[in-house]
Design a protein around this ligand. Structure first.
Ligand code: XIL
Length: 302
């Protein structure tokens, strides 16, 4: 294939990108997005603060712009994200207990119902595990509603949209030997054993020199897949430049291709200048939209 999406399709995988509302103002970015990618994630426009700015008053215009453009151009959509400790609307941030639990479940139900039939996979819960050596849950207002908040969110999402794949998504879960990876793995294993509806695990894959691409990544992806879930690279970016950056992108592609249930890869933006990273050049296209070495290595590895 001569594009990322065409090359990925040769092994029945997708290649996606995050896109933000401001992409629509840049025709060069839109041309690249349409040509190269066939899976779209809204960078911010479908998060809790964007879709429910006032309690039980939902706002879908910004999400719809992205979802409708994707579908009109033959692309699928990853929904991101239904429940998360971050980017909560102000009204939710100081809620607790049963009030918060019910508000969260109402959010999951309403948003998943609104987008029913249009979503390939939802990140139902994002970033619920703690960094460091505990292997346990992150403290948050949602976690303080009870340890079962995650499975409650997944059950609500399944009831609202039975066709969408339901994913747990997190970062720093790439290295098999890390406690956080083991914590998420144990949760997924428990969910599968007890029949909690979960279909996939997303690996954000934000890498930099302090958090490099692990050499055992294929082991991590393969072990999760062996639990009976799909795995996906959901927010890929890698700080760096030149050949060394390109080789790391190649390593990610090879790890995914080595696991039958790794169904696709999404990068977290199109041009370096679009990246959420304050500085650096972590994406596949430079600020002018030129293909970088990272692009060529990625394409050739697919
Ligand atoms: C980031 C967006 O890229 C930024 O524009 C925003 O200011 C903050 O969130 N993990 C996630 C994504 O799951 O939603 C985050 O996206 C990056 C880290």
């Amino acid at each position: 294939g001569s594009t990322l999406q065409a090359a990925a399709a040769e092994t029945n995988r997708y290649f996606g990108t995050a896109m933000a509302g401001h992409y629509f103002n840049n025709s060069g970015t839109m041309t690249i997005t349409n040509r190269e990618f066939n899976m779209i994630t809204a960078e911010n426009e479908m998060k809790m603060d964007a879709t429910e700015p006032s309690q039980n008053q939902f706002s879908y215009a910004a999400g719809d712009q992205i979802v409708n453009w994707a579908r009109q151009n033959g692309k699928q959509v990853r929904g991101h994200a239904l429940a998360w400790h971050s980017q909560q609307p102000g009204w939710m941030q100081n809620m607790s207990g049963t009030t918060l639990r019910n508000a969260m479940l109402n959010h999951v139900t309403k948003v998943a119902t609104y987008y029913k039939g249009k979503i390939y996979a939802w990140d139902v819960v994002n970033e619920a595990y703690a960094d460091g050596s505990s292997g346990g849950r992150r403290d948050s207002n949602l976690q303080r509603t009870g340890n079962d908040w995650i499975e409650a969110a997944f059950r609500a999402a399944r009831a609202a949209d039975p066709q969408a794949k339901l994913c747990y998504n997190d970062y720093n879960t790439d290295n098999w030997s890390h406690a956080k990876t083991q914590g998420v793995y144990n949760m997924v294993r428990d969910f599968k054993a007890r029949g909690v509806p979960i279909d996939c695990v997303g690996f954000q894959a934000h890498f930099n020199s302090g958090n490099p691409v692990p050499s055992n990544y294929h082991t991590t992806l393969g072990n999760f897949a062996a639990l009976g879930v799909d795995v996906q690279i959901t927010e890929l970016d890698i700080e760096g430049s030149g050949t060394s950056q390109a080789e790391q992108f190649r390593g990610i592609v090879q790890a995914c291709l080595s696991v039958a249930r790794c169904t696709g890869i999404t990068v977290w933006g199109v041009k370096d200048s679009d990246s959420w990273r304050a500085s650096g050049t972590p994406l596949l296209f430079d600020g002018s939209g030129n293909k970088k070495a990272a692009y060529t290595y990625t394409l050739n590895a697919l």
